[in-house]
Design a protein around this ligand. Structure first.
Ligand SMILES: [Zn+2]
Length: 330
């Protein structure tokens, strides 16, 4: 049984600083879309605030109506209870009158009948008043419940509106704090030397990818591709050679007539060629750029375009070689 081998450094992901460089350049080059998305979000959130505010208005109006209905119900119920008391008093009086009529001598049948009828009428009135009071009591309970519900609904509506308004504030602040494309690209460029040093320490050919047939390190591939795409959109079609192995660098040192493969300075070669192990081509982080099949010169439109724009993509020119562009300018 074979244990699964842990990845060697050469197989591991690019160093964190290279990934940070890539992320910063990505954020810089997509900054405009990010801002547009955030602005669209803010517009949606503002529309939500309008909706929530109108819900607060509706809930406020419903609350006023519920309070008014409660006041009316309270008053109706108080009146109904007063009328029950009055009917009870009237019945008591009618009963007393009947007792008096029964005791009166000489006995008056007409007066007794009249008193009996009065008791019957008062009893009937009390029953009616009690039924009315029961009804008004139920109505009052309902009005109280409605008023409580309206209060709770208003509180929820206010909380929702405040939350919606707070969300707008957060988004507006976030947008205000969104770094500029320039600032993000400048941050990335500030890391470029560390990117080179740390990438060289654990470089693997597997870390390279193809961009329009040019082999570059995957950490710079997005920015490099965007640079070629944007140049092409401006009528500048660029091609070139990026990654090369150390073996190929050694061959070039020989063919370019460097006095010594391992020690002579780059400038001492017929065509400037970095000492093997020091070239950014060996990391796929330098590209020799050509236009219409010709290596760039200082008069090429491609060179002029790059001078004006390459920095925004994290690429810098080596002044002695107008065709050589890398993330450090080395
Ligand atoms: Zn080069």
């Amino acid at each position: 049984m074979t244990a699964l081998a842990a990845p060697t450094p050469a197989q591991a992901a690019p160093p964190a600083v290279a990934q940070t460089w890539n992320t910063l350049m990505y954020r810089s080059l997509t900054r405009q879309q990010t801002a547009a998305t955030m602005q669209a979000t803010i517009a949606t959130q503002k529309a939500t605030v309008v909706t929530r505010t109108s819900e607060v208005t509706n809930a406020t109006n419903a609350g006023i109506l519920a309070e008014s209905a409660l006041t009316t119900a309270t008053s109706t119920d108080t009146t109904a209870k007063t009328r029950v008391t009055a009917a009870q008093t009237a019945l008591t009086t009618a009963k007393q009158n009947l007792t008096k009529a029964n005791k009166k001598k000489p006995r008056s049948t007409a007066a007794i009948t009249k008193a009996k009828n009065a008791v019957t009428a008062a009893t009937k009135t009390l029953t009616t008043r009690q039924a009315e009071a029961k009804q008004s009591g139920t109505a009052l309970t309902t009005a109280k419940t409605n008023a409580r519900t309206a209060t709770a609904t208003l509180a929820t509506a206010i909380a929702n509106r405040d939350a919606a308004a707070a969300a707008v504030t957060v988004s507006v602040q976030k947008l205000a704090l969104l770094p500029t494309a320039y600032s993000l690209a400048t941050q990335a460029t500030g890391l470029s030397r560390d990117v080179v040093t740390q990438t060289r320490a654990g470089f693997a050919v597997a870390d390279t990818v193809q961009v329009y047939g040019i082999t570059v390190h995957r950490s710079v591939a997005y920015a490099f591709k965007r640079m070629l795409d944007d140049a092409r959109a401006n009528g500048i079609v660029l091609s070139g050679g990026g990654f090369r192995t150390k073996e190929r660098q050694i061959e070039l040192r020989k063919s370019n007539g460097c006095p010594d493969v391992w020690s002579a300075p780059s400038s001492s070669c017929r065509v400037p060629t970095a000492i093997p192990g020091r070239s950014l081509h060996e990391l796929g982080m330098a590209i020799d750029i050509s236009q219409n099949g010709k290596t760039l010169t200082r008069t090429s439109t491609g060179y002029k375009w790059l001078v004006a724009h390459a920095k925004a993509y994290g690429f810098i020119n080596l002044p002695s070689e107008p065709w050589h562009w890398s993330i450090t300018g080395g």
